[in-house]
Structure formats: C-alpha cells, structure tokens
Design a protein around this ligand. Structure first.
Ligand code: HEM
Length: 130
C-alpha cells in the first residue's frame, strides 16, 4: 500500500470510530438531531476515505502526484468544517449556513479533482499510453 493510500485508510478508521460513537450516543440519548452528521461521517468519512485509499492502491500513478496531495488536504480540511457547520445548523444556528455551503463546495471540488486525476493517470506505473 502506498503512503498516500495508507493515510486515507488511517483517517477512515478515525471517522469510523467517531461516527459509530455518535450513533451509539444518539441511540442512548434518544436525541436524533445529529443523524445527518452520523450518516455523513459514516459515508463521506469512513466509507469514502477507505474507498479512496483502495482506489489509490489500485492506481499508484494517481496516488503519487501533486493532485493527490491537493485532494488529500482539500477534502480532509473541508470535510470536518462542513460537519461542524452542519451540526451547528442542525442544533439551531442558521448563521452556519454559509460555512456549510463553502465547505461542501470545496469537498465537491476535491472529489472532482480525485476523479479527474485517477482517470488521467489510470495506467499502471511504467505502462505506455496506447
Ligand atoms: C454501532 C454502530 C451504529 C449505531 C449505534 C448507529 C446508530 C444509528 C442511529 C441511532 C440512527 C438514527 C435512527 C433514527 O433516526 O431513527 C442511525 C441512522 C443511520 N445510520 Fe447508523 N449507526 C451505526 C453505524 C452505522 C454505519 C457503519 C453506517 C454506514 C456506513 C450507518 C448509516 C446510517 C444511516 C444511512 C442512517 C440514516 C437512516 C435513515 O435516516 O433512514 N450507521 N444510525
């Protein structure tokens, strides 16, 4: 596994622990206001980060360039901000909406960057382009 892939998987594990802890907390307290946070931590966090790590393992040329580094930082800085903003919104702070808007667009941009990078560098290392 490349270093790039490894850091995505390690962060995925962190999201998994936090997302499941929130699920247990919601179940225990019968307070489901943060259900969307639980869902997004699980799906944009645990599942997407683990899958991203797997994709970078399969496409090592895409994992080894500057776009991959930019993708890592953009996604992993914007996602916690988006989650914090969304949590504030759900708990009754409408002023958090612009934070959610900007951070979610940044997450989206990083996902597009990831997709384009993998598609452009999809050949295995050393293979000649057709
Ligand atoms: C111990 C582990 C988990 C616990 C205790 C837990 C707990 C919960 C609770 C209490 C809710 C809210 C239910 C409601 O509002 O009626 C929920 C919703 C949800 N959870 Fe989890 N969860 C766990 C793991 C996961 C995982 C691993 C995923 C996905 C990878 C996930 C995805 C979802 C989704 C998509 C919903 C929304 C369902 C809906 O609104 O219809 N959960 N979970």
């Amino acid at each position: 596994m490349t270093r790039q892939a490894q850091r995505w998987v390690l962060l995925a594990l962190l999201y998994f622990v936090v997302a499941v802890a929130l699920g247990v907390g919601m179940a225990a307290s019968h307070d489901f206001r943060l259900r969307p946070i639980h869902v997004h931590l699980n799906l944009l966090g645990w599942v997407s980060l683990a899958l991203t790590g797997w994709v970078y393992t399969q496409f090592p040329r895409a994992a080894a360039n500057r776009a991959a580094t930019l993708h890592f930082w953009l996604y992993n800085l914007a996602l916690p901000v988006m989650m914090a903003g969304l949590a504030a919104l759900l708990l009754g702070t409408p002023a958090a909406e612009p934070v959610v808007a900007v951070s979610s667009v940044l997450v989206f941009a990083s996902v597009v960057l990831f997709a384009v990078n993998v598609i452009r560098h999809r050949l295995p290392a050393g293979a000649a382009a057709a």
